[in-house]
Design a protein around this ligand. Structure first.
Ligand SMILES: Cc1ncc(COP(=O)(O)O)c(C=O)c1O
Length: 399
């Protein structure tokens, strides 16, 4: 019997919740991906930001293999050496004071835990989130997520959430009051279009949250672990969060969510109030420890800052000759090129040119490559963009 193609099988059996690109990726190395026909692509998506140290990094692969030989499943109700090693490595690099962690399996779960901790610790219900923000798609996190396209068919969502306008000082002052359990904010909005707020606003959010007796929760699921050229984007913006949510690339693409805080906040939940069968899985933890080692040994945070600047400068130069580009923004290797038109076709055209791109909203091209990407690979990306942009410009002119 001839095996049907991968795409035929997935289309038949896998729920159609994703907008698919017509490519089957079977292998990766560093910042490069390969399809089932052996074609090579520069990966500017980093698996939606979940690939930080590069695809199939040999040290991460070895750590996973070694751990899998020993123990794959281990519940949090017993102690485990790989989990302890990871907890120790991780808390060494977390912002001062955040030395207690809860491990789960995704970003949205990290946010769920943060919401529960904030509510139990303060005894309050109100969570102040931000318009344009994205925090996940499970019901609690979804209540904090702004875009109605994700929310509208699932209401009523968890009550008690309010949204303030992005980077607006007056609204923050009016809304963050002494019934606030937490202010939940992405230091830089990712899904919302790579929006960097002013430092005066983020500092104010922190002051207002604390003056009100609430907590500042930073969702660094997309921005954290070096993505923006600093270990945490909060550092750019003068924030010292009380709770930090991490996920995406912390374990090099194995499923993880992390909620970190001080022991007095985290321990407000009692035994059994929040657990997860897979949370703290030893293989994931071993991958996490190896990821941290590689991040430091290969100075990838510095590389994100340096190559990010190079990337941004190249995009900014393209603006001179391409009026279709409205704005270039972002920090480190979390970059956006906002265009005047829908980017869907541009992403498909870039794929033909062997570059994998992401969107962030209708008209924004988003770049979240692995932090190991090199300037020659950036040159490859930048060299195909004029063709992609010009094709779209021509199509718009003739329509
Ligand atoms: C800032 C932020 N928070 C939360 C999430 C949800 O993470 P996950 O898809 O792992 O549930 C994402 C995912 O894109 C994110 O970017």
């Amino acid at each position: 019997m001839i095996e049907p193609e991968t795409r035929t099988i997935e289309d038949k059996h896998y729920a159609s919740y994703y907008a698919r690109k017509p490519v089957t990726i079977v292998r990766g190395k560093g910042a490069l991906l390969y399809d089932d026909r052996g074609n090579e692509y520069v990966d500017c998506t980093g698996a939606y930001g979940a690939c930080i140290v590069g695809h199939a990094h040999p040290r991460v692969v070895k750590a996973i293999e070694d751990q899998a030989q020993n123990l794959i499943a281990c519940h949090g109700s017993v102690y485990n050496d790989a989990r302890a090693r990871f907890a120790s490595r991780l808390t060494n690099i977390l912002p001062t004071g955040l030395d207690r962690i809860f491990l789960s399996n995704s970003g949205t779960e990290a946010v769920e835990c943060a919401i529960k901790v904030a509510r139990k610790f303060t005894g309050r219900r109100k969570i102040v989130a931000v318009k344009g923000g994205f925090h996940g798609k499970t019901h609690g996190a979804l209540a904090a997520t702004w875009d109605s396209k994700y929310r509208k068919n699932f209401e009523p969502l968890v009550p008690g959430f309010v949204h303030i306008p992005f980077d607006n000082i007056e609204a923050a002052k009016d809304t963050i009051t002494n019934d606030t359990a937490a202010v939940l904010v992405e230091p830089i909005q990712g899904e919302g279009g790579i929006r960097v707020p002013s430092k005066s606003w983020t500092e104010l959010l922190q002051d207002l949250a604390h003056d009100a007796g609430g907590l500042l929760v930073a969702d660094e699921i997309q921005t954290g672990f070096g993505r923006t050229g600093k270990m945490f984007a909060s550092e750019h913006l003068g924030m010292q969060p009380d709770i930090l949510c991490l996920g995406k690339g912390v374990a090099s693409g194995l499923p993880i969510g992390i909620t970190a805080g001080a022991s007095e906040t985290m321990d407000s939940l009692s035994v059994g109030e929040h657990t997860s069968t897979f949370g703290g899985n030893p293989v994931v933890c071993a991958a996490g420890s190896a990821t941290i080692d590689v991040l430091f040994d290969e100075r990838l945070v510095d590389n994100a800052a340096k190559v990010g600047e190079y990337f941004k400068a190249a995009f900014t130069k393209l603006m001179d000759s391409h009026r279709i580009i409205r704005e270039v923004r972002g920090l480190g290797l979390m970059l956006a090129v906002e265009t005047r038109f829908d980017v869907r076709q541009m992403i498909l055209d870039a794929l033909q040119q062997r570059v994998l791109l992401l969107d962030a909203g209708r008209n924004v091209l988003r770049f979240l490559p692995p932090l190991c990407i090199q300037s020659e690979q950036v040159d490859r990306v930048v060299s195909i963009l004029p063709k992609v942009l010009e094709k779209e410009e021509l199509a718009r002119l003739s329509s």
